[in-house]
Design a protein around this ligand. Sequence first.
Ligand SMILES: [Ca+2]
Ligand SMILES: [Ca+2]
Length: 328
Amino acid sequence: MRAARVSNRNTHEQSRHGQGKTQGQKIHTAGQGFTMNELTETDHTYPGGARGLGALCSFIRSHYSCIAATIIVLLSVGVTVGLTFINKKEISELSTIVDVLKRDLNKEQSKTAILEQRLHQMSESPDTKNIPSSCPEVAEKNGFNNQTFYVIDPDGPERGVLPMVVQCDVQEGTVITLIGHNSEARAHVKGFDGRGAYFKDVTYWNIMEQVRAVVDKSTLCKQHIKYECHRSVIFGSTDTPYAWWVTWDGRKADYWGGASPGSGKCACGQAGTCPGRCNCAVNNSTWREDSGFLSHKDDLPVTQLRFGDTGDSGEEGYYTLGKLICYP
Ligand SMILES: [Ca+2]
Ligand SMILES: [Ca+2]
């Protein structure tokens, strides 16, 4: 039993000299000499003992860099395999969102380019007294290309609000003024269950004082609002809505597009063409929508949108808010 004998020698030697002998270092005991290499090799044949553990430690120390590299490689493989399993559908959805954002960015960049050009033109001839007060005046003075941006001063030059940028267009022979905002794209609502838990602040091309100056000078203004719903409601069975919008001066509106202020209803509820207050009151798995124009001048434009009842499985909705459109 050479292994046992050697082990005993080594135990004895370690008790005298302690740990820390390096490989190849000569150890002398009872007139015989062994190197640490010999001892270590022998210890491999002695399973389960404290000597085996010592040998393992020695082995790990001598192969530390190799083991560390192996661990790093295994971790890298693990991360790579994990990434492969990220839901492919989510990646597809994210790339769709990126595409939409790229399109939006392109649109915004072209709008900015047009505005910069107009500002440049204005700085070349800063004739603020001759700025038209409305889109019809723009048309009378110069004519215009439909849906082009123009600078108007709705309450007259050198007083009241500063000149502002609007879009001018012709609709059925009437020149109209359009003012856009940051929430014109159809948007998804999901995961917001409480009443009005989802909110979107609507900001316009111009400050509210300027927008209201256009509204005040117009005979009629309107703004289209739409909610497409799937197991999600605007008005449920109670008087308290799950979805609403906020007026220009911060009041919670109590009517939806196509209905009258104070009605607490959508257009179909007021007209009696749906059983409840709204199509989006049925709360089942059929896609429905409530849409129509808000046209009460004292309330426009919309400054915030609120939605809810989209927190449970299958509950979701899409909203769309149009530009503010004003008539002379
Ligand atoms: Ca002014
Ligand atoms: Ca629901």
